[in-house]
Design a protein around this ligand. Structure first.
Ligand SMILES: Nc1ncnc2c1ncn2[C@@H]1O[C@H](COP(=O)(O)OP(=O)(O)O)[C@@H](O)[C@H]1O
Ligand SMILES: O=C(O)C1=C[C@@H](OP(=O)(O)O)[C@@H](O)[C@H](O)C1
Ligand SMILES: [Mg+2]
Length: 170
């Protein structure tokens, strides 16, 4: 089964923390973006450029539903919980959903120079802050655990998640 799910904005650390958490728990890491890339055989940038965002979102929904049948830690993409049907899957899963929070300043710092996120490329600080606020409710609704990642090392975040999951399972 999927042991826990990570949600949050681009740059909040879902992929990094998910990988580390999976290593600690000695289980597979399922990264939704990586699953999509493997399925299509194209990068996220290529998928957006050649097929458009709507196509990416439908694949994302399909791969999310499929991921629940697998074993591991699931890192979603920053837009995953925005689609209501995806959000319902997350909420109804009964699996701990961790919302990794990050401030706009920290996100911009972490993603400075990043070329792999087509939506990030289109955002200045004002637009990024606006999109974060627009999506916040979707992350909050999906989550059972919330934690700020600003100025925290991934290992510290993993430690906190492990404690929270333990506490919520007992
Ligand atoms: N807690 C953290 N502290 C510092 N840098 C981080 C942290 N988490 C992630 N990063 C860095 O931020 C960038 C984006 O991380 P990533 O895990 O890909 O985020 P997401 O999957 O949420 O978009 C990467 O360069 C990663 O090394
Ligand atoms: O926020 C978004 O809409 C997206 C976030 C990305 O994942 P990360 O949050 O892992 O960067 C990826 O799914 C795609 O570029 C779209
Ligand atoms: Mg990611």
């Amino acid at each position: 089964m999927v042991h826990s799910i990570l949600v949050g904005f681009m740059g909040s650390g879902k992929t990094t923390v998910g990988q580390l958490l999976a290593e600690r728990l000695n289980c597979p890491h399922l990264d939704l973006d990586a699953l999509i890339v493997a399925r299509v055989g194209k990068s996220i940038n290529q998928i957006f450029a050649e097929h458009g965002e709507a196509y990416f979102r439908s694949l994302e929904a399909e791969m999310l539903a499929g991921a629940f049948k697998r074993e591991g830690i699931l890192s979603t993409g920053g837009g995953t919980p925005v689609r209501p049907s995806n959000r319902r899957l997350l909420i109804n899963s009964g699996i701990p959903v961790v919302y990794l929070k990050a401030s706009p300043e920290v996100i911009i710092n972490r993603l400075h120079g990043d070329q792999s996120r087509p939506i990030f490329q289109t955002l200045d600080k004002k637009k990024l802050t606006q999109l974060l606020h627009e999506r916040e409710n979707a992350y909050e609704q999906s989550a059972t655990i919330r934690l700020s990642t600003d100025h925290k090392e991934p290992s510290e975040i993993v430690h906190t998640i492990l404690k929270s999951i333990g506490a919520s399972v007992q």
